[in-house]
Design a protein. Structure first.
Length: 292
């Protein structure tokens, strides 16, 4: 039976963008959350020791640090400057006892696709030894937005396989890769690569104006997708990062309360799955994995 300790839940600072770190820690703990995904610009007003003291005082662990990178030069940095930025993020993660650093690739920025992939592979191969020495795993996250030319899980997996670095994993964004995730059902080697599952809901297809909604507000079968992850052996971070006008309208307090309700319901759901698994050697059929 899956215990509550099996769920590694975190809230991304992107979800509460207008709050500062101290305010976030206060409200996150009030709603029963004990982990935070750090967005580095929010730490710019703190010395490292100050941030560490705040986190320790709140009993808050850091699930991941985001987003160093931009290795294609799409954000105006040189390749070397992007590497130095990533080295800084690795050092920050080490100092905060954070196991994961999420890399952003950058857009194609006029490069051919093969050259853009080569740049990411070279960056990973250089950064991976430093990350390993720091006890940190690098994570590549495909995303269907302008910050990444990697838009599919398949693309990201190819990069990981080409780099062949053991401490480089995959972050899956259920908001953008839900359909593709289903196609990998039964491929345990793929699920073993996943280190982070980012959770946000949406309505209909993905477009430039599509919001990242709180879980249960949109049309995605998020509970079924998370079930699929768990039934495939996933026990990594589950980071909630809804962003947009709906979140702004409902307010951050209600957002955290709604995520808390969703997490509690999902915990109950996987406990039932665990109980059933103890009585049966057969996995649940996919037809039953997507209740609303």
């Amino acid at each position: 039976m899956l215990s509550s300790a099996s769920l590694r839940i975190a809230i991304s600072q992107l979800a509460t963008l207008r709050w500062g770190l101290a305010e976030e820690l206060c409200h996150y703990t009030e709603h029963g959350f004990d982990a935070i995904s750090l967005w580095r610009p929010k730490l710019s007003d703190f010395y490292l020791y100050e941030a560490r003291e705040l986190l320790d005082s709140a009993g808050m662990r850091v699930s991941s640090v985001q987003w160093p990178g931009g290795f294609t030069g799409s954000e105006g940095q040189t390749f070397r400057e992007s590497l130095e930025d990533a080295y800084e993020a690795i050092d920050l993660a080490e100092q905060l006892d954070c196991p994961l650093v999420v890399l952003r690739t950058g857009s194609r920025a006029g490069h051919t696709l093969s050259h853009a992939r080569r740049l990411i592979r070279l960056a990973i191969e250089e950064l991976a030894p430093a990350a390993e020495a720091a006890g940190v795993t690098l994570v590549v996250k495909p995303s269907q937005d302008e910050a990444s030319f990697l838009t599919t899980l398949g693309d990201a997996l190819t990069i990981l396989e080409d780099s062949d670095c053991p401490n480089v994993g995959l972050a899956i964004d259920l908001w953008s890769c839900s359909e593709e995730l289903i196609s990998f059902q039964g491929s345990r080697s793929v699920f073993e690569r996943i280190k982070i599952a980012s959770v946000a809901d949406r309505v209909d297809g993905i477009s430039s104006g599509c919001e990242r909604l709180p879980p249960g507000v949109g049309d995605l079968p998020l509970t079924g997708l998370l079930r699929l992850l768990f039934e495939s052996g996933y026990r990594g971070e589950i980071e909630f990062d809804p962003v947009g006008q709906t979140v702004s309208s409902m307010g951050y307090e209600e957002l955290l309360a709604s995520i808390r309700r969703y997490v509690d319901d999902f915990q109950n759901d996987i406990n039932v799955i665990g109980s059933n698994a103890c009585r049966s050697a057969y996995p649940l059929p996919m037809a039953g994995a997507f209740p609303r």
